[in-house]
Design a protein around this ligand. Structure first.
Ligand code: FAD
Length: 585
């Protein structure tokens, strides 16, 4: 029976109807009116921080959600607005006479601060807030409480923290219906009226939000999308004022998909993908991450490729967890894989990093002020080896480092395994976990000795699944900065990929200039003789770059510096750096 509540449900990174505890809580109020809103927050609107591929995925996921809403209420849809949420949500509430605002809680610094401010403003205006966590297996707040509000610095610490929290909560039911988005004082749905009520507010579709929100602008050097509207044409706006916008109307070019099929956004795509994976119970039951081949692309991945859907909340994580457990039970053979290598372990890693980010805050994404990150001399020039010889400095911004970083980002290092993976990242928006291992170790502790922060920033531009806590956490792991300390375990640039794929599928696909190179040299084409290069139609230094560094020499150099760092525990000015007071030198 409908009550009197008029509920605005604020979708953010929970673009789904299934397994949504906050949505279930909101619908338990039996609302009379229900407004499903997605509000573009200018805080995130920077081209370099949000690549076009990821933005396309987001828009597709929003459209899919809107279609799902319409399927269960033909009068409703996702209502897309834009503006600083601290102001915009309250304005919408006032004009639409909303009594309750519901949302899934965020665990990061920005999200928490934003939500606290929105909450305060709304409660002052007499509007009730309905919220809970739902983006992780366990509520991150609970995990932290169990760990004395300290970061869970290892999987065993994380598992200990959750050990008294019981099983992962069961996913909530998918709603079968949703109330209408009724304009105040009316029993009829009238989108144009709803829009008129808010159209006179500081221009709904143009407002970029106040400049002080723009905390990452400098860091990303990005262009604000402040002057774009949500619609291509006035007609489009008039026919469907709250429609999900297009890439073009947001000022972005449609990305080219020449190398792999586009990874399409949307909850329905995610659920179908998971259903298909479950058709063969042995896949999820025997899934063991380290054994999956990294020589795969998004067209035929060896892992689930569900990460972008999880990132945007198109796939409920608790649904995934329980579905995995159920499917495993159907598996008749042996060899079931458990934590941490099996599927559940992968999902727990994601939660572990999120709990660390929540404990440390924004500092988790850098070296400064990050109590978890061991400080190496990524920047500082005063490191010495065992014999007291000064180790050649390579501070941030020096010419050689910048050259290496640029070659790494563009996939032109002259090491085919690294280049193929980086080109795939740029051209498809995804990379297998072990490809990420190889490229991250290469840039940091194994070859280039460049800070993990630089690599994490590059990944943030291109990954469809870019998730700040998983990204920074894994970069710290791979650079042996936190979580993992066996820095002496280094991936061979030719031997590692050859273990999985001697023929070099990924290299031949993403570095076509190497397609005729014999198997023997596919991961080290610079070792071909002149005659062999000619025969393979690939002259090193002309058709494909010569290696940017000497693998053996640089590996030793990195080992020395890492060894020195570990022995000293922290390098020179570490204390100052930890306090966030040292400048780059
Ligand atoms: P599957 O192997 O099928 O795993 C299923 C799910 O488990 C993933 O979708 C993901 O949600 C989770 N998961 C698996 N491994 C990890 C892990 N190590 N850490 C956290 N979650 C995990 N993952 C992201 O989602 N976003 C990132 O920004 C990100 N950055 C990374 C950066 C580096 C340097 C490295 C080494 C790894 C990073 N990962 C990141 C983790 C991991 O590589 C991806 O989650 C995984 O490759 C995605 O593919 P999949 O969905 O097929 O994974």
């Amino acid at each position: 029976k409908a009550g009197s509540a008029r509920v605005l449900y604020w979708f953010r990174t929970d673009l789904r109807l299934h397994d949504s505890p906050a949505l279930a809580k909101a619908l338990a109020l039996s609302p009379k009116a229900f407004f499903p809103v997605f509000n573009f927050d200018p805080h995130y609107a920077f081209e370099q921080a949000v690549g076009a591929r990821r933005f396309r995925f987001l828009l597709e996921s929003m459209q899919d959600l809107s279609d799902e809403i319409r399927k269960i209420n033909k009068n409703s849809q996702l209502l897309v607005t834009r503006g600083d949420p601290r102001r915009r949500i309250k304005e919408l509430c006032e004009k639409w006479e909303v009594t309750h605002v519901a949302f899934e809680e965020d665990h990061n610094d920005y999200g928490r601060t934003r939500d606290a401010e929105v909450r305060q403003a709304l409660e002052k205006a007499g509007i009730e807030i309905v919220s809970c966590e739902g983006h992780h297996l366990y509520p991150i707040k609970e995990v932290l409480k169990k760990n004395g509000n300290k970061p869970t610095t290892s999987m065993s610490a994380y598992q200990k923290a959750i050990s008294s929290l019981g099983d992962v909560p069961k996913p909530t039911e998918t709603p079968k219906s949703l109330p209408d988005p009724l304009a105040p004082g009316s029993d009829k749905v009238d989108m144009k009226k709803l829009f008129q009520l808010v159209d006179d507010l500081a221009p709904l579709n143009k407002d970029p939000g106040p400049p002080e929100v723009d905390v990452n602008h400098e860091k990303h050097g990005g262009q604000r999308h402040g002057d774009v509207t949500l619609y291509d044409t006035v007609a489009e706006k008039e026919s469907d004022p709250f429609a999900v916008p297009t890439l073009k109307s947001l000022g972005m070019d449609e990305p080219q998909d020449n190398m792999c099929k586009p990874i399409r956004g949307g909850s329905s795509v995610a659920l179908k993908r998971l259903d298909d994976l479950c058709k063969d119970p042995s896949y999820l039951a025997t899934f063991a991450k380290p054994q999956t081949s990294p020589s795969t692309d998004p067209d035929a991945p060896s892992t689930t490729l569900l990460s972008p859907y999880i990132k945007f909340g198109c796939l409920g994580i608790r649904y995934f967890w329980h579905k995995t457990k159920e499917t495993k039970k159907k598996h008749k053979g042996g060899g079931v894989t458990d934590i941490p290598e099996g599927m559940e372990g992968q999902l727990l890693f994601r939660d572990m990093y999120a709990a660390c980010e929540a404990a440390i805050g924004d500092a988790f994404h850098g070296v400064r002020g990050n109590s978890m990150a061991k400080y190496f001399d990524w920047y500082l020039p005063d490191a010495y080896d065992d014999k007291g010889n000064k180790i050649v400095p390579r501070p941030r911004g020096d010419e050689e480092s910048e050259k290496r970083l640029a070659a790494w980002e563009s996939g032109t290092t002259g090491f085919p395994w690294i280049d193929a993976n980086m080109r795939m990242l740029r051209q498809c928006g995804w990379m297998h976990h072990l490809g990420r291992h190889s490229t991250a170790a290469f840039l940091t502790r194994a070859q280039c000795f460049i800070s993990w922060e630089r690599g994490a920033e590059v990944y943030s531009k291109y990954l469809l699944d870019w998730d700040p806590s998983s990204n920074s956490g894994n970069w710290m792991w791979l650079s042996a900065t936190a979580f993992f300390s066996q820095f002496f375990r280094v991936y061979g640039l030719a031997t590692f990929p050859a273990k999985y794929d001697k023929d070099g599928y990924l290299v031949r696909k993403f570095c076509p200039e190497l397609k005729d190179v014999p198997k023997k040299y596919i991961y080290s084409p610079h070792l071909m003789s002149d005659a062999e290069q000619k025969q393979a139609k690939c002259i090193i230094g002309k058709d494909y770059p010569a290696p940017i560094l000497d693998e053996k020499e640089e590996k030793q150099h990195c080992l020395d510096r890492m060894g020195y760092g570990y022995k000293q525990k922290l390098m020179g000015d570490a204390k100052e750096v930890m306090n966030g007071s040292a400048e780059d030198k």
